[in-house]
Design a protein around this ligand. Structure first.
Ligand code: HDD
Length: 702
């Protein structure tokens, strides 16, 4: 019996009255495939049966002896690790950074030493507030964490898609995170800042207001990580081989350009495809459309910094690009998806303290706190101080020191040398590694920052007290469409705040940022605008910075954008193929959508759709086109999903490419023809544009 593994064993019932068929060998029966590798236990023992536990008789209880079952269930029971306390939901990719403009005069860091120098990277994009199983498109800041595996050790640039932060001092970080996460008593809302505790906190923390304006802008509802900027946020230091130093801020600029969704789209996408960003990134890389970002630096002298009306050590402030231009020094291309989500993405451990010679920290009090927190959190998340040995975290350059043992030690250090100094070489034994004064990392001997470094104070520099100047700069640098989105986002979020006094306080803060903004939000809440909040420092007026706006950069290209093409019975195959070619020849991706996926008769054969209409709302696409035959109209007009497809595309201000039959349908539904409803010929050129003048016609904007 053991050799032949019958699929069923005949079990005899009591007194031989009935006979039952009991599966003992699962659906594959006794299939044996010598080419397949063998399934084994964790001890390497071959497993003969992975379908049935070991029982005392076919209907008897399972035996404790079944070590195969116990090992399998034991491991399964421990598969999860604690999720990140913030940035729990994320996805990642491998890639390469290539230096395009060497800057040895600024830094001795090897990755910037020569044009063409390549450094492998691993990049994780994340939302901040939601749990690991939350959706991809809440209104939220996005994490942009890059691990450079340099020849001098790992450098982690752990940034966000916004150049400023909510708080100035790391001591407030736990309060911020507690306030934004689900409320302590209720356990909701998930992945949302639109609730009492967040707004209570930020309305009491005027230093947050600059970041809150960014948060209410379309930056926090990005189209996908591929279309986001990234920022190192803090001021860092570059140090060259001679020991001369300048200050620096790091910027990532997406090659595909910046793009966001509208709030209504983000909400709909969350329902239609909770993994929208994760899928977008994965599919782009999988199909060879590798996303890329240019790395730019804003480099400035300490003396320049000291003349500015803001403090460059204050993470709630940015340096307008118009003041210090962003200089591009390299390009990062993501070209490989992880092989395993858990082993790589989930176990990746970033840490701003991972630095290389040529780059150094500044005393920014937010950065200083981060230097502790990340290393610390990995111990509770990954369970052991040896997490750096996991393949995704291990440096690709040699790593040698005398740190030893600990849980899950994967290395087998040889010899007795586990201390330093030692003279074991005199006994003919290896001594182990030695420090390297010439090439090792040396902390920059800090000069003027901070100038009171000999004092120990729980205090902040005077310029940190200006909370409103850059918030005003941000608001006034937006286009009118973006200002309306921003004000509407405040109205949405504050409408979810149940505490009247918090709403009132927030209006005093917004009025202090800009009276127009305060009025719009007050109007949207049907409240009076109260007098502006008291300010700890006067506002310094700054010239608007167009670089802070997403929309002031003009029409985005079609490259990297996804276009939905709706077809139905009788559609012209030629027209569909021509449209697909026109889109794809310009670098866009065309996706065929129909009511059924398995194949629909078109004028010249059968055509399969790539997406079913109900599951592929137009919110998932950057623009839509529709190629239908007049005979299909009766059938289509009775389908709510068809109506929603066009109505949403219109309301989301997208270009609609319409054949004559589609135009009839739109007319019937009262979707008025405008510049954004294009003929099929015009469509490929116009597709990536948004037609914002529609917005006022379809929704109430603040
Ligand atoms: Fe943080 C994760 C970005 C301030 C403490 N942070 C984390 C991640 C990103 C950032 C992108 C996810 C990394 C990944 O993908 O694994 N954090 C920022 C930025 C900040 C910032 C841009 C301000 C400029 N963070 C900040 C402060 C503290 C932390 C002030 C604590 C004092 N952050 C953490 C953490 C996390 C983290 C608790 C959670 C998971 C992890 O580190 O690995 O240590």
């Amino acid at each position: 019996m053991a050799d032949t593994h019958p699929s069923y064993e005949t079990a005899t019932g009591d007194a031989g009255e009935t006979h039952q068929q009991v599966p003992v060998n699962g659906p594959h029966g006794n299939q044996r495939d010598a080419a397949r590798s063998h399934l084994t236990t964790n001890q390497g023992l071959r497993i003969s049966d992975n379908q049935n536990s070991l029982k005392a008789g076919a209907r008897g209880p399972t035996l404790l002896e079944d070590f195969v079952l116990r090992e399998k269930i034991f491991h399964f029971d421990h598969e999860r690790i604690p999720e990140r306390i913030v940035h729990a939901r994320g996805s990642a990719a491998h890639g390469v950074f290539e230096c395009t403009h060497a800057i040895p005069e600024l830094t001795s860091a090897g990755l910037f030493a020569a044009i063409g120098k390549q450094t492998p990277v691993f990049v994780r994009f994340s939302t901040v507030a939601g749990g690991a199983g939350s959706v991809d498109t809440p209104r939220d800041v996005r994490g942009f964490a890059v691990k450079f595996y340099t020849e001098e050790g790992n450098w982690d640039l752990v940034g966000n898609n916004i150049p400023v932060f909510f708080i100035q001092d790391a001591i407030k970080f736990p309060d911020l995170v507690h306030a934004v996460k689900m409320e302590a008593d209720k356990g909701y809302p998930q992945a949302a800042s639109a609730h009492d505790t967040f707004w209570d906190f930020v309305s009491l923390m005027p230093e947050s207001i600059h970041m809150v304006l960014w948060q209410m802008s379309d930056r926090t509802i990005p189209r996908s990580p591929r279309f986001m900027e990234g920022f190192g946020i803090h001021t860092f230091r570059l140090v060259n081989a001679e020991g001369a130093s300048k200050l620096v801020k790091f910027h990532w600029k997406p090659v595909l350009g910046l793009q966001s969704t509208t709030w209504d789209e983000a909400v709909k996408i969350a329902g239609a495809d909770p993994d929208y960003h994760r899928r977008d990134l994965y599919e782009a890389i999988d199909t060879g459309a590798f996303p890329a970002w240019d790395l730019g630096v804003q480099v400035f002298e300490e003396s320049w910094a000291q003349e500015q009306p803001f403090d460059v050590l204050d993470a709630t402030k940015l340096i307008p690009e118009e003041l210090v231009p962003v200089r591009i020094i390299g390009r990062m291309t993501l070209n490989r998806n992880p092989d395993n989500f858990f082993a790589e993405t989930e176990q990746s451990a970033f840490c701003p303290a991972n630095i290389v010679p040529g780059i150094d920290f500044t005393p920014d009090p937010l950065l200083q706190g981060r230097l502790f927190s990340y290393l610390d959190t990995q111990k509770s998340r990954l369970g052991t101080a040896n997490f750096h040995q996991l393949p995704i975290n291990a440096p690709k350059c040699p790593m040698r020191n005398f740190q030893r043992d600990g849980m899950m030690q994967m290395e087998i250090p040889k010899g007795r040398a586990n201390y330093e100094p030692n003279s074991l070489n005199e006994a003919g034994e290896p001594t182990g590694p030695r420090e390297c004064p010439a090439t090792g990392f040396t902390t920059f001997a800090r000069g003027m920052l901070p100038n009171n470094s000999d004092q120990h104070l729980r205090a902040r520099p005077a310029l940190f007290a200006d909370h409103y100047s850059q918030a005003r700069l941000f608001y006034r640098s937006q286009t009118p469409v973006e200002q309306a989105h921003l004000a509407s986002a405040f109205v949405f979020e504050l409408s979810k705040v149940g505490l009247e006094h918090v709403r009132h306080r927030m209006l005093t803060v917004l009025g202090a940022v800009d009276e127009d903004l305060g009025r719009r939000v007050a109007g949207g809440l049907a409240m009076e605008l109260p007098p502006p909040a008291d300010m700890a420092a006067p506002v310094v007026e700054m010239a608007p910075s167009p670089a802070l706006s997403i929309l002031s950069h003009g029409q985005p290209p079609i490259e990297g954008r996804k276009i939905g093409i709706l077809f139905a019975e009788g559609s012209s195959l030629k027209a569909i193929e021509a449209m697909k070619t026109a889109i794809e020849s310009k670098g866009g991706k065309a996706v065929l959508i129909a009511q059924k996926v398995g194949g629909i008769p078109v004028d010249d054969g059968m055509l399969k759709a790539e997406g079913q209409l109900m599951g592929s709302p137009s919110a998932l696409f950057d623009a839509v086109a529709s190629i239908i035959h007049p005979d299909a109209l009766d059938h289509l007009r009775s389908d709510h999903a068809v109506h929603a497809w066009f109505a949403d595309a219109y309301a989301h201000c997208k270009t609609i490419g319409a054949c004559p039959a589609t135009l009839r349908l739109l007319e019937e539904w009262g979707i008025a023809r405008d510049d954004g409803i294009a003929s099929l010929e015009e469509f490929p050129d116009l597709a990536p544009a948004r037609h914002w003048d529609r917005e006022g016609k379809v929704r109430l904007l603040a």
